[in-house]
Write a protein that binds this ligand. Structure first.
Ligand SMILES: Nc1nc2c(c(=O)[nH]1)N[C@H]1C(S)=C(S)[C@@H](COP(=O)(O)O)O[C@H]1N2
Ligand SMILES: [Mo]
Length: 318
């Protein structure tokens, strides 16, 4: 999606694909056994058949409380994108511009401990250790469609909490008109940052009204477990009515400002990636149409919806 990218990387190896059904079956199986997440952490014995989900990390996962209940108000019956596809087809330029290689480049990325600095024009500036999110906020799962500016989409179950809850806690001052989000800046852990051709760190922004909107979500997990590094561990934004690049990954700073922040993609090409960037099938990208989108796991095309289908909720903002 950048000026520097030559071709979109639209190839997904068939080998990466596990049917969604097997993921759902595994979850149902866990539930049928009457095992909460605590059960998964026992690991050994008959549970070893749970495979990857019973790996060493699950002790930590279960202590955080995953999986959280799916909020029925947010499209619980949509067919989810296959988990293996969502976790192996990634845009995370800090590591590489090659989508199918991101997951192999994140080994040196340290996501724990992780503190998020929240400040600027607020009454209550805080340093939030990531783990505290689980105690402070009501965690839930929401199914959202996610639409990249490159004209592909997926349907992902996100775990997290509404950004509005965080705003309520830190109390933006009346002068705060925008929220600026900044990704970690550690070139020694992220090979793509060492190339020097991008204006690191990655920055994104919203108006305060967009930030307060009940759909705007802070995600700490996908598919019922903490975010994999390639999907933006340990905490990212999800703004479902805007193009995917607004959903900034691995956030380490949130600042409330009076001025509109200059975003990463906007500083590379303001015409192609403006600040607002709402999904709109009628406004083509200067280099391609936005009328339809490719569903990543099936390869089928569907019509792109205004505001990515969230117009009834967000239309009043524009
Ligand atoms: N820090 C950071 N955040 C980012 C990006 C990035 O390169 N760096 N890519 C964006 C783009 S273009 C998309 S489409 C989504 C991809 O999220 P996913 O890999 O979880 O699907 O993350 C967005 N957030
Ligand atoms: Mo994107």
């Amino acid at each position: 999606m950048s000026l520097l990218r030559i071709l979109p990387d639209w190839h997904i190896s068939d080998k990466c694909i596990t049917p969604e059904a097997s993921y759902q079956k595994r979850r149902a199986f866990i539930r049928k056994l009457g095992l909460g997440t605590a059960g998964i952490s026992m690991g050994a014995g008959p549970l070893s058949m749970l495979g990857a989900e019973a790996n060493a990390k699950d002790t930590k996962v279960s202590s955080l409380g995953y999986p959280f209940e799916r909020n029925k108000d947010f499209n619980p019956s949509w067919k989810l994108t296959q988990q293996t596809v969502a976790e192996s087809y990634n845009n995370f330029y800090e590591f590489t511009t090659n989508k199918s290689r991101v997951r192999y480049m994140v080994g040196g990325f340290n996501v724990s401990p992780w503190d998020v600095q929240i400040g600027g024009l607020v009454e209550n500036p805080v340093t939030l250790p990531l783990e505290d999110c689980y105690k402070r906020f009501q965690m839930e799962e929401r199914v959202y469609r996610f639409r990249c500016v490159e004209a592909w989409s997926m349907v992902v179950p996100w775990t997290g909490f509404p950004l509005a809850a965080l705003l309520k806690w830190v109390q933006p001052k009346p002068e705060a008109r925008f929220v600026k989000f900044t990704t970690f800046n550690r070139p020694n852990e992220a090979p793509g940052m060492r190339l020097g051709s991008y204006p690191w760190p990655y920055v994104e922004g919203l108006t305060i009204e967009e930030a307060e909107h009940p759909l705007t979500f802070v995600a700490t997990g996908i598919y019922g477990k903490p975010l994999p590094k390639q999907n933006g561990a340990p905490v990212r934004l999800v703004v479902p009515w805007k193009y995917g690049y607004k959903s900034i990954k691995s956030i380490d700073r949130i600042e409330f400002t009076a001025q509109q922040p200059k975003t990463f993609w906007e500083s590379l090409s303001p015409v192609e990636y403006p600040f607002e960037s709402n999904v709109n099938p009628n406004v083509p990208h200067p280099r391609w149409s936005q009328a339809t989108e490719r569903v990543v796991d099936t390869g089928l095309r569907r019509r792109t919806e205004l505001y990515n289908g969230y117009g009834a909720q967000v239309g009043r903002l524009y």
